[in-house]
Design a protein around this ligand. Structure first.
Ligand code: ADA
Length: 560
């Protein structure tokens, strides 16, 4: 399953999830014809869930046979492969992609009727090539960990739609862009019709010549649309129909919501009303499935997050599976989505692959998740070198890139540099990762007052402020009257002190607890050795989603 709604009525789409052949391989340029596949692994899935690959870091080949009835062009969409993929169709390389957390496609211009072989080489190894997937405080699993589907497409097809709601003169309208992908070199004239709850907009007649992507833009009036909000998450279906010579050749359906975000007077507004994020940071991780979280578990996560009284989630530290975003759209959960980077030093940011890998994940994140009303913040580069002038240039470049792709959402980044931060002026919201009561014994109230001062004197004056991370370890089941570090009691005390301070400070526009659930981390000898049990244990629920004592503490502040 890739979305919570039907995305096409005309285009033929076939889900390729299920059982795939698998073999581990040496290196990443094997002779495909000589591979023998002795395993069956599920897609989506992580190979670490198989007893022979519990800690395997390296390469593997997945194979699936597909059947085509009539000669057609094919588009294979991979929602996530961790972390590097090479896709072969009948032995020919058709796509390459880096990064586990964004989708990509492979296009085959002409597939003859009959059976074909799809092979995906997957690599989750660390090394110079990989600037963003590094040994870290979460786990880079291996495998095809999100859904895969195959589409039969025509010479012209709608690759994506971008919908931006606008509130003007007391009514709603939306600016819409359709990105039309042409596979052939022919000159084709076409029309595009948008339908949004009975409102029709016709764009065209566009003329496409040569292969590539062209864009059609327009504005749809829908003055009486109902606004999307956490209390009333109203969604509408936006349908695009593509016609060539008056014959419908393709379609694409999106689900959209009307809402606007602003930042004024040091606060964040949703549809003109000040809001405060009561949130958690969440990793996509579970002991039984790794990062390939099935829908039922995503829904459970959202149920527990809502049960704690939260209205927001931060997708730390990467773009999330779109099914999770669909659930957030439906249930009115506000989302801070961020690109993929955690704790990179300046030296790591100097990796020659860092810039293009960030540029790519930023573009894919924004383009692919553009239409989700639940996403209210884009963020970049968690705790990287934003305290250096060289690092600042990279923050600037990336924030400018995202702003150019989407000017409708505020931007931020989570900083732990305190008074040394150099990039607050570049963002719309200032965000602090501080761990009073855990990494130090500072008082959370005093520390957040100090943080406001640091923000005000280093470029963040007048900007809203978010406490983007705070918390402490609590080992599930480790309860002790001494309340020493690591007990569930101490963790609950830390959460209590932080929430009590932040919920009573009007200058704080949001708080995201670190973290929703415990997560597996990379086994390491450096600082990672401090992660007992090779996991980050700051979850309010453990890896199996069993609530710790702090769960009730969060409820008291967020729910009651
Ligand atoms: C950082 C980081 C998180 C996590 C956390 C912790 O702030 O952003 O990914 O590692 O610290 O648990 O120490």
């Amino acid at each position: 399953m890739t979305r919570l709604f039907q995305t096409n009525e005309l285009r033929k789409v076939q889900l390729l999830d299920g059982s795939w052949d698998f073999t581990a391989i040496e290196g990443n340029e094997p002779n495909l014809e000589q591979l023998t596949y002795s395993y069956k692994l599920t897609v989506p899935g992580c190979w670490e869930m198989h007893p022979d690959f519990l800690t395997y870091r390296g390469s593997g080949a997945y194979r699936k046979r597909v059947t085509v009835k009539e000669k057609t062009a094919l588009r294979f969409v991979f929602k996530g492969v961790s972390h590097t993929a090479k896709v072969y169709f009948d032995g020919k390389l058709v796509a390459e992609h880096y990064n586990a957390y964004t989708a990509f496609h492979a296009i085959v211009n002409e597939a003859e009727p009959g059976e074909h072989e799809l092979v995906v080489l997957v690599d989750n190894s660390f090394g110079e090539f990989s600037a963003l997937h590094i040994p870290n405080d979460y786990y880079t699993y291996g495998g095809i960990n999100r859904s895969v589907y195959m589409e039969e497409v025509k010479a012209l097809f709608v690759e994506r739609i971008a919908f931006t709601p606008v509130w003007e003169n007391g009514g709603w309208k939306a600016s819409v862009n359709a990105y039309i992908h042409q596979l052939s070199q022919d000159v084709l004239s076409y029309r595009l019709i948008f339908e949004l709850d009975g409102n029709v907009l016709e764009l065209g007649a566009g003329k496409a010549a040569g292969s590539g992507v062209s864009v059609l833009s327009g504005v749809i009036d829908f003055a009486e649309a109902q606004a999307w909000s956490p209390e009333n998450p109203v969604l509408y279906q936006l349908k695009a129909r593509l016609l060539v010579d008056n014959v419908e050749v393709d379609d694409l359906i999106e689900r959209v919501g009307f809402r606007v975000l602003t930042t004024n007077d040091g606060k964040i507004q949703l549809n003109g009303q000040d809001i405060v994020f009561k949130g958690v940071n969440r990793h996509e991780d579970h002991p039984m499935v790794g990062s390939a979280i099935p829908l039922q578990l995503m829904a459970l996560d959202i149920d527990l997050i809502s049960d704690m009284g939260c209205n927001a989630v931060r997708t730390s530290h990467y773009p999330n599976d779109e099914l999770f975003l669909d659930l957030c759209d439906e249930r009115g959960i506000l989302v801070w989505e961020e690109n993929h980077a955690r704790g990179l030093s300046l030296d790591q940011m100097r990796n020659p692959n860092f810039r293009w890998q960030c540029e790519q994940v930023n573009r894919e994140m924004v383009e692919q998740h553009f239409n989700h009303p639940s996403i209210v913040i884009w963020a970049i580069l968690n705790e990287c070198a934003s305290d250096t002038t060289e690092g600042r240039e990279m923050y600037k470049e990336q924030l400018e890139q995202i702003r150019a792709l989407d000017a409708s959402r505020p931007l931020t980044f989570a900083s732990h540099h305190r008074e040394r931060e150099l990039c607050f002026d570049l963002a719309d919201i200032v965000s602090f990762n501080l761990y009073p009561g855990w990494y130090g014994d500072e008082d959370p109230g005093q520390l957040s007052d100090l943080a406001r001062g640091w923000a005000d004197t280093s470029g963040g004056l007048g900007k809203p402020m978010i406490m983007s991370e705070f918390g402490g370890d609590g080992y599930y089941g480790h309860r002790d009257a001494s309340r020493v570090r690591g007990t569930e009691e101490r963790q609950a005390d830390i959460i209590e002190a932080n929430l009590s301070a932040y919920t009573s400070r009007p200058f704080i526009s949001g708080m995201f607890i670190w973290q929703y659930c415990d997560c597996r981390v990379t086994e390491g000898t450096d600082w990672l050795i401090t992660r007992a049990g090779t996991q980050n244990s700051k979850g309010i629920v453990d890896r199996y989603r069993r609530p710790k004592l702090a769960y009730a503490t969060v409820q008291r502040y967020f729910k009651d």
